[in-house]
Design a protein around this ligand. Structure first.
Ligand code: HEM
Length: 192
């Protein structure tokens, strides 16, 4: 497995996490992603490692073959598996059966081309927790390379949006019920 600080530095320079480092951003570096070079190397590695380990979002790194190599505390909380239960296993553990073919097709293509469309866009999918419950996720993907530019594998930065999905589903059902009764529902003023 590659060194933790190296991969952690790559992850925290992903767009999601740059804002966490705001105290170290100066005017000259404000518009750049690699904003942490002004800190001493040791503190930077320490900081990066702690951000990745303790982030409430799930941060999962898998190698080119799709075997899990990094599973932070956010991943433990969201999926219910402890790191030692999943390291070395394939991502199939958390992917619903009906989505596995699509996932692996996209995965192999991204490993071949070195490109992912989910660097900025969010991939929204259902997943399965250890206890069998289905949850709704949104995540972005970062492809990690070594210092020589060789592709090592993808990192997914994942948020559990189950509660929001359920609220939106309930609102849609209420709207459909109102419309079925002939009540015309106007969109809120800012959506017109
Ligand atoms: C949590 C459960 C997951 C589900 C249900 C899932 C599902 C999917 C689906 C449906 C696609 C195809 C997207 C498309 O065609 O646009 C996909 C692509 C992909 N997934 Fe997963 N995935 C999961 C977790 C992960 C994780 C944890 C990683 C990385 C560590 C990952 C890496 C990828 C990659 C690299 C692609 C290709 C992206 C691209 O086309 O740009 N997935 N996945």
């Amino acid at each position: 497995m590659m060194a933790m600080p190296r991969i952690c530095s790559s992850i925290v320079s992903a767009p999601h996490y740059v804002h966490l480092l705001a105290p170290w951003i100066t005017n000259e570096t404000r518009n750049r992603h690699s904003v942490i070079f002004e800190m001493p190397t040791k503190s930077r590695e320490w900081l990066c490692q702690h951000i990745v380990e303790d982030a409430p979002d799930a941060i999962i790194f898998a190698d080119r073959e799709g075997r899990i190599q990094l599973w932070n505390s956010g991943a433990e909380a969201i999926f219910g598996y402890r790191a030692e239960e999943v390291l070395g296993h394939t991502l199939d553990l958390i992917i619903p059966e009906n989505l596995r073919a699509r996932h692996w097709e996209g995965y192999r293509e991204a490993m071949k081309t070195g490109v992912t469309r989910y660097g900025r866009e969010l991939l929204a999918v259902p997943a399965i927790r250890k206890d069998g419950t289905r949850i709704s996720l949104e995540f972005s993907i970062l492809l990690v390379r070594d210092d020589g530019g060789a592709l090592l594998g993808p990192v997914a930065i994942i948020r559990d949006v189950t509660a929001r999905w359920q609220r939106e589903k309930a609102i849609k059902q209420q709207l459909a019920a109102l419309e079925a009764r002939g009540t015309r529902v106007e969109p809120p003023p800012d959506r017109k």
